[in-house]
Structures are given as C-alpha cells and as structure tokens.
Design a binder for this molecule. Structure first.
Ligand code: 3NM
Length: 287
C-alpha cells in the first residue's frame, strides 16, 4: 500500500460523468494511468448500496496498491476497511473523527481559504483539499479560490495538500506553477473516454515540476561544462554547488577551473559558466 506522502494524483468518483460505463471500469483505468488515491464520493446512494460500492472499490484499490478514501461517511469508511475518510467543512469535526477512528483512518478535509487550512493542520488532519481552484460543474455555484490560495497553501501548509476544482491537463501547469505538487480531479478523468491517458498526462505534468524542483529554480537553464574530461549539463551556479551535485563536497577533493587551482574556501564564490573546464582531483592519504 502506498504512503500518503508518496501520493500525487487523487481521483474522485463521478458517476454522472460516465453514463453507460461501470464505476469499477472507469476507476481501474484511472489507477492504471497513475491515480494514487481513489475517493468514493456519492451523494445519492445510501445504506447497503453505498457500502457495496465502497467494498468493491476497496477490493479494486487493494489489488492495485492504491489508497482508498470514503467521502463524508466515517462508518462506511471503517466498515469497508478504507484507508481514510474525507470530510467537508460542515461535516464531523476532525477531532471527533479522530476520536472515533483513532489511527485506523487517514483524515482529509476540504478547505477553501488559508484560515481553514491552518485550522485543519492544527486539528491533526493528514491532508487537505485546496479548492475549488477554478469554477467547476462538479460543485456548481461555488466561488473559485483561484491559484492565489494555492500559492498561500504552498507557502504555509506543511501537510500534503491536493489542489482541486477544474484540474485537467490543460490547467495543471498554472496550478503547479502556483506551488501545488499534488492534484485531484473528478470530471477531467471520469468524464474522459480514456481516463488512464488523462491520469498519465497529469502525472507527467507533476513529474516535470518535481524534476525542476530537484534541478534548481524553475526556469534555470542548464549550462554545459567539462568535468574531468566529461561533458556535463548542470544548473549549479557555483563551483561549490557543482561539487555538491556530484557528491564531492565532503570528500578530500581539490579543484581546478580552466587550469587554475581554486582553494576550497573559495568554491562558493567561483561562478560556473558554460564551457568551463573543471577538474576535481580526489587525493588520498595525507601528511
Ligand atoms: N471538492 P472537478 S471542488 C469534490 O473545493 C470537490 O473542496 C472541491 O471536481 C473543493 O475535478 C470539487 O470535476 C469538485 O472540477 C472537483
């Protein structure tokens, strides 16, 4: 089973978006395309019918190793052995849900502004939804929070947050640019003729922004340098960053840039420019 921390794409059921196609078929396609979490959100079924859907989705997600969350209904979540329950602002309070579920369930909550997000974090939520970012037919009449709330959440919230509301491969880049690294969708995935393909596209967008995070500032350009005779693309701004990116900073290494020795104390001040020839020499022994 996945860890919540590793989950990037969250897909919520939306049966109204796929008339004539089975719930399980659509959600399995979503998982196949990369959905890490599936949520059962069904405002019309109750009782045995709701529980039956929850159990069927539990079996499906277990088979694929995806997380399974039930919207609103903590009892159904427990009974179906879901991984979590998702609450709205007007549902059960987080503290009360925690008291009833203990550590058996992850607890998520929808938030629509920073105050609600901070309160959810303080109350012990495992994750939050941040939205609706854009107007969405799935929650008609709900004012969009826009990407400015996404940016606030990215700056202030430490628990995982999923941007939601009008998320699609077309809008994903703007939401990711605002700082989201986890996305949640209903209609774009469940209403598509090819849910797996939409999930793959969303996962690809997320992975690209994560790669930028790992490689330095968004938009930073690679420069090509020669390191010990090898052509290397780097975003390092200084000799020290280059040494660190190559795992050399803590070793006994001497450096030369364009034929001149650079004392280690100066590495952080020496800028790397395209075309530089860098030699790192590992010296062994001493005295
Ligand atoms: N919760 P779609 S927005 C279920 O902001 C839900 O808390 C939201 O649907 C929130 O991906 C939303 O079709 C609907 O826009 C998202």
């Amino acid at each position: 089973m996945k860890r919540l921390d590793d989950c990037k794409l969250y897909v919520i059921t939306g049966e109204a978006y796929h008339p004539g196609r089975e719930l399980l078929e659509v959600m399995e396609a979503a998982i196949r395309g990369g959905a890490d979490i599936v949520q059962l959100r069904d405002k019309t079924s109750t009782g045995a019918a709701l529980l039956a859907k929850a159990k069927a989705l539990r079996a499906l997600t277990r088979r694929w190793g995806a997380l399974f969350i039930v919207n609103d209904d903590l009892e159904v979540a427990l009974e179906a052995e879901a991984d979590g329950v998702h609450l709205g602002q007007d549902d059960l309070a987080i503290g009360e849900a925690r008291r009833l579920a203990g550590s058996r369930l992850l607890i998520g909550i929808s938030t629509h502004n920073l105050a609600q997000a901070l309160e959810a974090e303080r109350a012990g939520a495992d994750y939050i939804g941040v939205g609706p970012v854009y107007p969405t037919p799935t929650k008609p009449g709900r004012a969009p929070v826009t990407t400015s709330y996404v940016a606030e959440a990215a700056a202030r919230i430490r628990i995982p947050f999923f941007a939601i509301g009008g998320i699609s491969p077309e809008t994903a880049d703007d939401v990711l640019a605002a700082g989201a690294r986890r996305l949640c969708a209903v209609s774009a995935v469940t209403g598509s003729a090819d849910p797996a393909d939409v999930c793959r596209a969303l996962k690809r967008r997320i992975a690209e922004w994560e790669a930028r995070d790992a490689g330095g500032e968004p938009g930073a350009e690679d420069v090509r340098v020669t390191v010990n005779g090898r052509d290397v693309a780097t975003r390092s701004g200084t000799l020290r960053e280059l040494a660190e990116s190559l795992g050399l900073a803590s070793l006994r290494v001497m450096a030369e840039r364009n034929g001149e020795a650079v004392p280690r104390a100066d590495w952080a001040q020496v800028a790397i420019r395209g075309g530089d020839r860098i030699e790192f020499v590992h010296f062994v022994g001493g005295g």
